[in-house]
Design a protein around this ligand. Sequence first.
Ligand SMILES: [Zn+2]
Length: 144
Amino acid sequence: MRYVLEFFTIILPHPTKFCQYIILLIENFNLYSDEDGVKHIRIKARPNKWHENDCPFCHKSCPAYDKHSSRPTTWRGLDWGGILVEVEYQTHRIICLEHGVYVAEVPWAYPGNRFTKDFDLTVAWFAYPICCARFTLNIVKGQP
Ligand SMILES: [Zn+2]
């Protein structure tokens, strides 16, 4: 442990600055099977304390509007080899002077979405050829 700390001290003269770039912390995870026999992994995550009150739109740190919700919110992630991935966190709201009261930003999902960013981007990547094919077909037909 001492050597690891010395390594970081040598490499990183300002370790607190380095910690600001780690925006996601995994607290715990739980692997279980539901009544249908489907395996799930539920990851309890949270934003770094420097980012836990960020506005989802301007990304500025804002004052908290209320405490964490009573029930955790779950986001669906990309599967890991047949295991359904869920990310869990108890969200709270912030008040941004520019945008108003919103649920604080979480680094793994876009605002208001219940899927992770990786999941959304993968779906968009799969849907892109369908959109292009339809657009090309409309051009061939002479339709806008
Ligand atoms: Zn804002």
